[in-house]
Design a protein around this ligand. Structure first.
Ligand code: NAG
Ligand code: NAG
Ligand code: NAG
Ligand code: NAG
Length: 400
């Protein structure tokens, strides 16, 4: 009994600080101290120059240090444990190891206090106290997918978003440095990947855990006229009416396709509309309600968490997503709406369309348009099949 207690004790955190008894353990402690001193020396040498190669050496040292530390503990515990029974060894080993099932998947070996599972786009400085880095923490995020040719329009749009917004630009033409001419560009985040779409970037750079700091997320095109739009006022209305997914009303005289997203005068917001006969199977479902388009959507944090999961990695144009947004909020016809009091003009500049490839003598935009329609069909089919197999797995048949 006495032996077992001793073993368990030495394996816990206290075991490492207990006095060494054997000569080789003393040796190990000395080596550890020496390595620690060298480590400190290297930090001192390498930090002022910040040379990459030297940093590499320190990294390698940290690595070795950790491994030496682990091995010596493992060996010393094994030495003492070998005298006691193997079953007690099993139990005590489990206690000394960290395993936290409630941690995020893959991080179970970490003590929960060190796990940072969410992030933000706040820019920090390289010096001073980390706790004093941020003078403000914007609660809203706006992203624009941009090409440099549209800079005037994007500049006008960005200026409608106050300092309470983090600005994130996705560059599809590879021209990022030119944006330096705008004062706001320095506090913006620039992500560059050639010829990709808004939804491609959104899937890759706007993971819900990455944008968890933001109450609302605007995922906007670059060709929107914002003369009659103010972002702070917009947020006030969205909060007031509890809209989880929304968009500003569209100026009606600019070839809009859907009744729902047309701006109406003399009111704050609307949530339902009438469409052409036969277009809506249910007045509470798209496109008569629970519907916004994909050019200028605004998501609450919670709604975005759901929508992000629905975006397909290969269906980059996002066509059909607008009809499926209603799956992410409850009840959809109450929580999805169009803000009339803050409205925009869709200028339909086929900018990204021109980044396609000419194929069989067809104009580039034709190939892009074809793919959009094909993707819409694929998305619809995937959603239908996913739903079918889900209900099938429950042995439940729906009457639809
Ligand atoms: C750092 O070390 C790794 C291997 O340990 C090596 O592949 C890499 O090139 C090194 N990097 C630099 C900047 O020296
Ligand atoms: C740990 O023990 C193994 C075999 O028992 C030995 O090969 C290894 O060198 C030891 N490691 C240390 C750091 O003492
Ligand atoms: C930014 O947010 C703060 C706090 O909500 C608010 O008081 C301030 O008016 C906002 N700034 C602008 C320009 O609206
Ligand atoms: C559904 O039915 C199959 C065959 O009748 C059965 O094996 C399965 O366990 C059922 N599944 C559920 C979730 O009830």
């Amino acid at each position: 009994m006495k032996m077992e207690f001793d073993t368990g004790y030495r394996k816990g955190n206290f075991g490492r600080s207990s006095l060494p008894k054997k000569p080789n353990e003393i040796m190990r402690v000395l080596v550890t101290i020496a390595v620690g001193m060298m480590f400190g020396f290297f930090i001192g040498v390498s930090f002022p120059s910040l040379s990459l190669t030297k940093l590499n050496i320190t990294t390698a040292l940290i690595h070795d240090f950790v491994i030496i530390g682990d091995k010596s503990t493992a060996n010393s515990t094994q030495d003492t444990a070998s005298t006691s029974s193997s079953s007690s060894n099993q139990v005590t080993t489990d206690v000394s190891k960290i395993w936290v099932p409630s941690n995020p998947k893959g991080a179970e070996m970490l003590p929960p206090g060190i796990v940072a599972s969410e992030s933000d786009f706040y820019l920090r400085r390289l010096w001073g106290k980390p706790s004093e880095d941020l003078t403000s923490k914007p609660k809203y995020l706006v992203t624009f997918t941009v090409g440099y040719d549209q800079r005037k329009n994007v500049d006008a749009a960005v200026k409608k978003f106050s300092e309470n917004f983090t600005i994130l630009l996705f560059h599809y033409d590879g021209r990022t440095s030119e944006w330096g001419e705008f004062e706001w560009s320095r506090r913006a985040i620039h992500v560059s990947a050639r010829k990709q779409t808004k939804w491609w970037y959104a899937k890759r750079f706007l993971h819900p855990d990455i944008v968890a700091a933001y109450d609302y997320i605007f995922i906007w095109d670059e060709d929107l006229g914002v003369e009659h739009f103010d972002a702070e006022e917009y947020i006030k209305l969205v909060r007031k009416y509890g809209l989880e997914i929304s968009q500003p009303g569209l100026e009606p005289n600019r070839g809009t396709t859907w009744q729902m997203t047309k701006r109406r005068g003399g009111q704050d917001i609307h949530k339902v509309t009438e469409e052409k006969p036969g277009w809506c199977s249910d007045p509470r479902l798209p496109p008569c309600a629970a519907f916004v388009e994909i050019m200028a959507p605004v998501f609450s944090r919670e709604a975005w968490r759901c929508v992000w999961h629905m975006i397909q990695n290969d269906l980059v144009h996002g066509w059909g997503l607008d009809f499926a947004l209603q799956r992410c909020v409850e009840p959809p016809h109450e929580r999805i709406g169009v803000v009339d009091a803050q409205w925009i003009v869709h200028q339909t500049v086929p900018s990204l369309g021109n980044q396609g490839e000419a194929e069989d003598g067809k104009a580039p935009w034709k190939g892009v348009r074809q793919r959009c329609q094909k993707e819409w069909e694929m998305f619809r089919n995937r959603m239908e099949n996913a739903e079918k197999s889900y209900f099938k797995s429950l042995n439940f048949t729906r009457n639809t």
